[in-house]
Structures are given as C-alpha cells and as structure tokens.
Design a protein around this ligand. Structure first.
Ligand code: GLU
Length: 490
C-alpha cells in the first residue's frame, strides 16, 4: 500500500493530551510524523487535546512544547504559530464539536442517553453474568419525547451517544503498518460522543479535528488502534474522507511491559536534565520501531536529522513492539557527546559543574573546554561530568581505594619523586618535554609500563582511569602536578 497521495500535500499531526510531560513514546510518535512531513514537503501540525479539563494543565502544555522545541521538532501549524485550520486547542473548538453533534442528532446517527453511571454499571454487571456483551445496551436509542422530557424534569443531564449502525457486522481498519485489522460489530456498542458536561469525547473530537484540519495521515501509537473503528464510523456518518491510518508499535521496557516510571526516566524533560543531547534522543528513538533500508546490510545506527529526513518511510515501521534499552541510549548519547563540538559540550556542562559546587569561571575558557573535552571520554550523559573532572577543580585529590593500592609499593614513590624533580627542572612545560621526562624516569629507574604510568595517574587524579596522561598533566599545570606528587611521595 502506498502512503503517498500524489494530489494532496501530506498533512500529519501530533496530538498530545497535556496531562503530563512529553513521554519518550509520545516523542517518538512526534518524530515519525515530523520526519514524514519534512520528507514529503508536507505540514506537521501540533494539536493540543485538552478536552479533559480535569487532567489538562497549562504547565503540561508548556513542558510539551518546550520538549518538542528542544528536540528540534518545529511545527507548521499549532500553538504559538497559528495556521489556517485553527484553533489548535480542542478546548477552544468546543462549539465546533457541538455543531456536528447536533447534525448527527438531527440525522438520526446519534441520540441523547440519560442512563446514570449506577444504572449502566448494574446492567453491565448483569450482562457479564449472563454471558452477554458488556457494552452499552442501547436502552435510550428510541426514547419518546415524553420520556426524554421526564428525564430532564427529573434533572438528568444526557450524554450524546453515537448510534452504531446495526447493519455493520464488522469494521475493518486498513492500517498502513498492520494491514487490514478487523473489529467485530459486537465489540463496538453505541459510544459517547458528547459528555454530560457538554465536552466532546476523545473519539469525536479527534475525528472532527483530523477531518477539518485535512489530516492525510493519522500516525499514532497502536494503543489507539481499538479507537479507530469508532472513528471510522464517525467519518462515515459525518461524510468525511478517511485519512491513511498508521498505528506504530508501543515502546516497551526491558521487562516487556509498557514503558513507565518504574523503568526509570520516561520523559524527554528528564533526559534533557540528565544531560542527553537532543540529536542523540532523536537518533535513538527513531530506531525504536523503524530502521532505514540500508541498516540491514550496513548495521549503521548513527543518523543525523537530515539523513533521517532523507531516509524515513512508513513502510519500514515494524509491527512488533520496540524495546527501550537504557544502556543502548547511553552508548549512543556518549558517542554523540564525544563527536560534538567541544565548545557546545562545554556550554552544556557548565550548569552541572556549578551544581557540583565547582567554579568553572576560575579557568580560562580555553582551559575549561579542554577539561570538559578530557572528561567526556567516558560519559553517558553530561550530568556525570563533575564526577569525571572533579580532580581539576578540587584543591586536593581524593585518592580512590584502588589508586591507594597502586601507590603503596616503594617503586611508586621512586617514580613520583623522580618525576617531580624532572618536572620542576623542565625548561619548558609542554606535552613533548613532559613525555620525555616520564620516559627518562622509567629508563633511570628501570621501570616501565603500568608501574610507571599508574602511580603518576593515581597521584594526580586519584583514580586509575581517565584521559590521556600527558593531556591530563598539561591541563593540570606544572605547579599543581608538583604539589600533588609531593603530597603523595615526599
Ligand atoms: N491525545 C491522544 C494521546 O495523547 C492522541 C490521539 C491521537 O493521536 O489520535 O494519546
């Protein structure tokens, strides 16, 4: 099945409900939509689905917009930018839904239902006991005007239900990813389209919005697949043309359960705070459920946004759930951190250094950039930077237990003393001469390899792993090196 509709420009949307933060799963949905729009020269629309006023908040809208911007996903229509198909917040579209509900009522596709929650529950329980389908039983389908009046006089507020046509035995969702998915008519009872508070229910609002906003491709998580037959019935009753549906697989935690807080960080905002790079998040998330064609042969996993735009296609989205593997994300982010311009990483590292109580301003910018560059070698994310470079900022080195061991032998003291003397005597403190100094210490003492380098590293940084030793020494500077060598071996 082709996804490209040659006559019309592609219009896709991301439609978050603002009741929390931007979840990585939601972000992945947004990324797929955005990539398709950019690839096809179409429009990416952002619509805020805030009909559930009890759960929607302004701060959540702000957090979602912020996260999208941080990821680098811009929208062509929606909040802040406007557009010809607005408003883009469902709450501001209430009257539109009510107009369509009135039409459906008039045309006999919908009816007012006065059943109370208790009545519905009692009949549901009874249906289950009797082995019947527990959906709405159609009790209010054919109320007379007198019956309706009586309910209203009794103070009952109706909901509006869609009347699912009895002549349909099944509804088939032609899904671009899963193929034809059949739903039996018995699974779908007359559903609520307008609640008793006058607000449209999700399926109703989303159908009207997608149709009026001329959305050509509805790409969303497959947790919505079971809603789609209801939406298809609404499209038909309202006389709207169906869009292409593409339900993308859920992102699951390593235990196979839907990704949630107990799996760790799940919001884009959290990853941002932890010091992940937006391009790494995009690269990682886009590969959850999709892969470029060539990846099967090359095994390539690193793609810039431009490369993704060029390669993206719905055809290569998988049906199977996608796993979220934090270790893989860390690996990828670490890779991006090491490939990124050192100046940018330094800017991003500053808040974490300050948070750790250091004053990065004590260093000239050039030096600071070098420190961050040395520290990023083993990072998963930038919030780990302070732990990697603390020995540049702390006046004294904290010697880790494993480093204490390396410093114990007599040979270690000899190396440190000899190196200290050579350092002090160097006419010029520069990488080449430092390297020579270490070499000659080794030759004079007949010590080489680890026994030569490890004590120096341990004395200067307090640990056994870290950046290249000569660079570490250069950045620390001669005076501090001499002090630290003396502190350990006088
Ligand atoms: N507002 C829905 C959600 O956040 C998405 C609806 C849709 O994409 O159709 O899950």
């Amino acid at each position: 099945m082709s996804i490209t509709n040659n006559e019309a420009t592609i219009r896709v949307r991301f439609a978050p409900s603002p009741s929390g933060y931007l979840h990585v799963g939601g972000a992945r949905t947004a990324i797929f939509n955005w990539l398709l729009a950019r690839k096809e020269g179409g429009a990416f629309i952002l619509r805020i689905e805030d009909t559930d006023q009890a759960r929607s908040t302004e701060s959540s809208i702000e957090a979602i917009l912020d996260s999208l911007k941080w990821l680098g996903l811009d929208w062509d229509e929606g909040p802040e930018v406007g557009g010809d198909f607005g408003p883009y917040r469902q709450f501001e579209r209430k009257h539109i839904y009510l107009d369509y509900a009135a039409t459906l009522l008039e045309e006999g596709h919908a009816y007012c239902c006065y059943c109370t929650a208790e009545e519905l529950e009692a009949r549901r329980a009874q249906a289950i006991r009797e082995g019947r389908s527990p959906g709405y039983d159609g009790r209010c389908r054919n109320l007379s005007q007198a019956e309706e009046d009586a309910f209203r006089v009794a103070g009952r507020l109706p909901v509006i239900r869609f009347e699912v046509p009895d002549d349909r035995d099944k509804i088939v969702v032609e899904d671009n990813i899963r193929g034809g998915v059949e739903f039996d008519r018995s699974q779908i009872s007359d559903f609520v389209i307008v609640r008793s508070n006058g607000l449209a229910a999700y399926n109703f609002a989303v159908t009207i919005d997608d149709a009026l906003m001329e959305i050509t491709h509805v790409i969303r998580g497959d947790d919505h697949l079971s809603n789609t037959p209801r939406q298809i019935l609404l499209y038909e009753a309202l006389g709207f043309e169906l869009p292409v549906f593409a339900h993308i697989p859920m992102i699951l935690g390593e235990d196979g359960q839907r990704l949630s807080k107990r799996h760790g960080a799940t919001s884009i905002g959290q990853y941002r705070e932890l010091g992940y790079l937006p391009e790494a998040m995009i690269n990682y998330l886009v590969l959850r459920g999709w892969s470029p064609e060539e990846a099967a042969t090359t095994g390539e996993e690193i793609y810039s946004l431009e490369e993704l735009v060029e390669r993206f296609s719905l055809e290569r989205v998988t049906k199977n759930p996608a796993g979220f593997d934090p270790a893989k994300l860390n690996w990828m982010n670490g890779l991006y951190l090491r490939q990124t311009d050192p100046d940018r990483v330094t800017d991003l590292a500053l808040p974490y250094l300050r948070q750790a109580g250091f004053t990065p301003e004590d260093y000239a910018r050039e030096k600071l950039t070098e420190i961050v560059d040395l520290g990023r070698g083993r990072l998963n994310c930038l919030s780990e930077i302070a732990g990697e470079v603390d020995y540049f900022f702390n006046p004294e080195v904290q010697i880790a237990a494993e480093a204490v061991e390396v410093l114990k032998p007599e040979s270690a003291s000899l190396v440190l003393k000899a190196f200290r003397e050579k350092l002090m005597a160097l006419p010029e403190f520069e990488p080449g001469s430092v390297k020579e100094a270490i070499k000659s210490v080794g030759q004079e003492l007949g010590i080489k390899g680890k026994s030569l380098f490890m004590p120096i590293r341990a004395a200067l940084s307090g640990r056994l792993h870290g950046p290249e030793l000569i660079r570490l020494i250069s950045v620390l500077g001669r005076d501090r090196c001499v002090d630290r060598l003396r502190a350990v071996a006088n």
